[in-house]
Ligand binder design. Structure first.
Ligand SMILES: [Zn+2]
Length: 289
């Protein structure tokens, strides 16, 4: 079985609110695991719309802690718990707790939300006391607190049949740490840049991947100074070419539906440097890798 990518959100921060699209989020489904990369606004809703179960999600990988990449974690964690309880009421075993990986500060972020003294404690306690008692004959049991782990560039992690390689990225350091990821399973490979300016680390972790999911669907304008925190069509093409990626999937973009002229101009700039397949990601797009 190939690795399947389900694009759950493609937008940049404000456009996710005014264009009806979700923030960053992509589900990676291997033969034995479901991993979500980023969890921006609207991603939990898209999860349902895509036909996937929150309760079947094994782990979340956060690239960085900007709100367009993490703000739906509350919905995701609480929604997964509730969905799991209702399914348990139908005789389906409760899943293992969700594991959430991310850059430095991920453990603190999740502890402040879902830890024993976290912001969600009254929500959790009230549901245990009043809401979820009746779902299961023996009660809901304890809240399945997510397992969290800060990652650093150079680390590798095994998640079921997925081999994860962690690398750096170049976004808003040192204030905000950012990571890129490579996920390998069943002989297939996919890499995620997160938000990043051109980065040798991203190119390196994406060496030879079947698919590179990268930001940068922006027309490069040589007359203006380049941003130091994002990529554009020229630089993302260079990164994909340096990596030797087979397919480049552009996400985290501003493109309106049907704006083919802008896509065509971006494609021309990307292809100045990159000769592989180019795809513009859209919410709920499913791709086999
Ligand atoms: Zn972003």
């Amino acid at each position: 079985m190939a690795v399947r990518l389900t694009v759950l959100g493609t937008s940049v921060p404000l456009r996710s609110l005014d264009a009806g699209r979700a923030g960053s989020g992509t589900l990676v489904s291997s033969p034995s695991a479901n991993l979500l990369v980023d969890c921006g606004p609207g991603v939990a809703k898209r999860f349902h719309e895509s036909g996937n179960l929150l309760s079947a999600l094994d782990a979340v990988l956060l690239t960085h802690h900007h709100w367009d990449h993490v703000s739906d974690l509350w919905t995701l964690v609480m929604g997964r718990w509730e969905e799991s309880l209702y399914r348990a009421g139908e005789g389906i075993p409760l899943p293992a707790p969700l594991t959430i990986f991310g850059p430095s500060g991920t453990e603190e972020l999740l502890d402040r939300l879902f830890g024993p003294d976290g912001l969600a404690r009254h929500d959790i306690e009230s549901r245990l006391e009043f809401g979820y008692r009746s779902i299961l004959p023996d009660g809901p049991g304890p809240f399945p607190r997510p397992i969290t782990r800060d990652l650093a560039p150079g680390e590798t992690v095994e998640i079921a049949d997925c081999h994860l390689t962690v690398a750096g990225a170049h976004h808003c350091e040192p204030i905000l740490g950012s990571l890129s990821y490579r996920i390998e399973s069943d002989g297939r490979s996919v890499a995620f840049s997160g938000d990043t300016a051109p980065s040798d680390e991203v190119a390196s972790v994406a060496t030879g991947v079947d698919a590179l999911i990268h930001e940068g669907a922006v027309i490069a304008d040589p007359s203006r100074p380049a941003t130091h925190v994002h990529s554009d069509a020229l630089t993302v093409g260079r990164t994909a070419a340096a990596a030797g990626a087979h397919r480049l999937i552009l996400n985290h973009h501003l493109l309106d539906d049907g704006d083919e002229p802008t896509r065509a101009r971006i494609a021309v700039q990307v292809k100045e440097n990159f000769g592989g397949e180019l795809v513009f990601a859209e919410d709920l797009m499913v791709l086999e890798v």
